[in-house]
Design a protein around this ligand. Sequence first.
Ligand code: SF4
Ligand code: SF4
Length: 273
Amino acid sequence: MPSDVKMEKKVEVSKKEEKPVSNKITAGHVHLSGCTGCLVSVADNYNGLFKLLDDYVDWVYDLTLADVRHVPEMDVAFVEGSVCIQDHEAVEEIKTTRKKSKIVVALGGCAAYGNITRFARGGQHNQPQHESFLPIGDIIDVDLYIPGCAPTPQQIRNVAVMAYLLLKGNDDQKKLAGNYLKPLMNLAKRGTTACFCDLMYDVINQGLCMGCGSCAAACPVRAITHEWGKPQGQRDLCIKCGACYNQCPRSWYSFDVMNEFEGIMDIIDGAMK
Ligand code: SF4
Ligand code: SF4
């Protein structure tokens, strides 16, 4: 299958019956403290999801969709939700996921930086003792972040195809996939340590801000306001949680990859036909 993927042109997808199942990567969805919105976003790929499952990915773990109770070995784990540290099973599950997965993806805002679960103070009807929630990167090493609440279906699909090329492709395909995934890997490397200054240097001062307001909406301590359509930060309030940086759609904009982006999109479009 990887040899069918052409760098400059559309992918020629070989007939299904010619494709051994072992050529697929294995992936799963690990559901921690999240609203299932990210999984809905996976499903919102509609026919694209069937194409992914037919040709590229064996979905081997998903408490919502599959009757598998223990985290298996996987190539790619898409983790939705943050980790409740009063829930020992959740802490164990994320550690096991790290041990058993080649690539761990923080899928969505809660896994990447805590998102709405940062506001939780316990007292939930069914789990009143659950009070403190950490993004998964505070507990394990994470390979890449897909930010967003929820991330777009296309973004999830693109990452799945690129993970396939990274693990199963030829050298050129691996390089291309690495380039596509690099900004998301850089986001994961930065983790939850970014502050408003990073957003200012990397996005606002670079002229990349489009005034969408996602950073202000994500800030758990209301350290960001909008003046004249642009974010203004109160640095003395900032607790350096990284929420604004992760949620900003321009923080992982990469000038390095920009030139290759059209070709990458052609490949993904071809792969999904
Ligand atoms: S406290 Fe607010 S401004 Fe500071 S890093 Fe977090 S989200 Fe950004
Ligand atoms: S999230 Fe990013 S693009 Fe949107 S207003 Fe904030 S800095 Fe600008």
